[in-house]
Design a protein around this ligand. Structure first.
Ligand SMILES: Nc1ncnc2c1ncn2[C@@H]1O[C@H](COP(=O)(O)OP(=O)(O)OP(=O)(O)O)[C@@H](O)[C@H]1O
Ligand SMILES: [Mg+2]
Length: 460
């Protein structure tokens, strides 16, 4: 059974309050009464109401005051005001302030019932609509970015906070962690979404070309400038510009960028004409910019201008919980792209991927899944289909408890066997690097080297 609508009645005249409350009660609503504006505001704080019917004229806090307060703090509650015949003007003002309707005294019982029912129905539709929109929003917003790990949830929260703003953002993360994906998602969920998103990799363009690439040039500005050309900043006007690998920006361009951020204007190379622009800047780096600030490679003032809102994307090995979902996501996406929608990734393959360190992060994973699907005919990707770095199995262990037999057991031999197995495992896990293997075994490297020699462990 649907819950009864909750109505708060605010009127200082006891008699009319009683009549109205009786009437609404009979009509199936749950009614509470307040005799003053103060009492009403206290009641609203205690419990939510669907509808407030308030007299316009009250001794202290007036009906309009209640209306304003409710609209501000409880926008989901609707308000109907009661006015004497004479004050229709105030009623009009009330509607302007956001009241849903007004009722004139003396009441026409039938009309009043209809008004209340209509107001509640209208409010219900508005709320339902709002709820559906919120759901849609939540579902599609960052739908193509996978991540249930806490680290990624923190990223989503921050993204949600900044999408509606124009704040400058700095995305920090190792190569392949999803920096550009995040930048795009912020743009396409921002009010600038219908304007361009322009990405430039500052590390991929030779320093002497970068200035004209970003800011454009006029004809004759340099030998190969045969005609005027707009730069990316002009093209991005109204939208978002994404400067990747910002740490590679040459010093003299850092000065120019700083000025663009401060004054929203710049000149094309070879021109003195100022061009005004409106852009949102998102930059990204996979190096620690503070270090570059310390060594003087990167301007400190620019660093602070860029780092208004930082977003950290942790390496994949620090959010291993996301690996199974990412693997399935890529399996499905690439399967579809390759016209093999039935492809799936087996549990053993996913286990192996979870154990791997992913130095190239999500990008490496996407590439490996693509390669594996391309090279595998069966509809199920198994562990052994993955590259050997990922699929390699640890040598079977036989380190079960060894019992002394009646003939006696060579303890030194058993210990040597265990040592040998552990060292072999550590060498596999450490990718053949002795220092890593030693770390894993919590012994120092020289001890490990000695043991390898003594136990005649093959070294490959
Ligand atoms: N959380 C994620 N969910 C789904 N796909 C992701 C995720 N993170 C990254 N990707 C995908 O991985 C690839 C690499 O991501 P992206 O290019 O955004 O990384 P990047 O940090 O900019 O890398 P680089 O430093 O190499 O430029 C892209 O194809 C991207 O769509
Ligand atoms: Mg990138």
């Amino acid at each position: 059974m649907p819950q009864k609508s909750q109505i708060l009645l605010v009127d200082d005249e006891l008699e009319s309050c009683k009549t109205l409350s009786l009437l609404l009660g009979q009509a199936g609503y749950s009614v509470e009464i307040s005799h003053s504006g103060e009492q009403a505001l206290a009641a609203i704080k205690k419990q939510p109401f669907d509808l407030i019917i308030s007299d316009l004229v009250l001794p202290g806090i007036s009906g309009i005051d209640i209306l304003k307060q409710v609209k501000e703090d409880y926008p989901d509650t609707c308000v109907i005001l009661i006015t004497g015949k004479a004050s229709t003007e105030t009623a009009v003002e009330a509607m302007r302030e956001g009241a849903l309707d007004y009722i004139t005294k003396p009441f026409n019982v039938e009309r009043l019932k209809i008004q209340v029912a209509k107001a509640l129905e209208k409010n219900r539709l508005v709320l339902e609509n709002k709820y559906l929109r919120q759901q849609l929003h939540g579902r599609y917003r960052f739908d193509n970015i996978i991540g249930t790990s806490q680290a990624m949830q923190r990223v989503f929260k921050r993204m949600e906070k900044v999408t509606g703003t124009d704040s400058t953002i700095l995305i920090l993360g190792a190569s392949g962690t999803g920096k550009e994906l995040v930048a795009r998602a912020i743009h396409y969920n921002s009010p600038r979404k219908d304007k361009p998103f322009i990405a430039i990799n500052c590390g991929a363009i030779p320093a002497d070309l970068l200035e004209s690439e970003l800011f454009g040039h006029v004809r004759g500005a340099f030998t190969s400038a045969f005609s005027d050309k707009a730069g990316k900043f002009e093209v991005a006007h109204g939208g978002t510009i994404f400067l990747d690998e910002i740490g590679n920006m040459p010093q003299q361009l850092q000065v120019k960028l700083l000025r663009v951020l401060q004054e929203h204007e710049f000149e094309r190379v070879g021109s003195s004409q100022k061009i005004q622009i409106d852009i949102r800047l998102i930059s990204a780096t996979n190096v620690i910019l503070q270090e570059q600030v310390k060594t003087g490679q990167f301007r400190e003032d620019l660093y602070y201008r860029l780092n208004v809102i930082p977003i950290h994307l942790p390496p994949l090995k620090e959010r291993r919980g996301d690996i199974p979902q990412l693997a399935r996501f890529f399996g499905e996406k690439i399967g579809k792209e390759m016209n093999r929608p039935q492809i799936s990734i087996g549990a053993d393959a996913i286990n192996a991927m979870e154990a791997y360190d992913w130095p190239g992060n999500v990008r490496e994973m996407e590439n490996i899944i693509e390669r594996t699907i391309a090279l595998t005919d069966s509809p199920m990707i198994k562990c052994e289909d993955l590259p050997s770095d990922i699929s390699k199995k640890l040598p079977e262990t036989s380190m079960t408890s060894t019992k002394i037999t009646r003939e006696g057991t060579d303890m030194n031999q058993v210990i040597s066997d265990i040592e040998r197995e552990m060292i072999q495992q550590a060498m596999v896990l450490g990718n053949g690097v002795k220092a890593r293997a030693a770390d894993l075994l919590k012994i120092n490297r020289t001890t490990l080297v000695e043991k390898i020699k003594r136990l005649k462990i093959e070294n490959n």
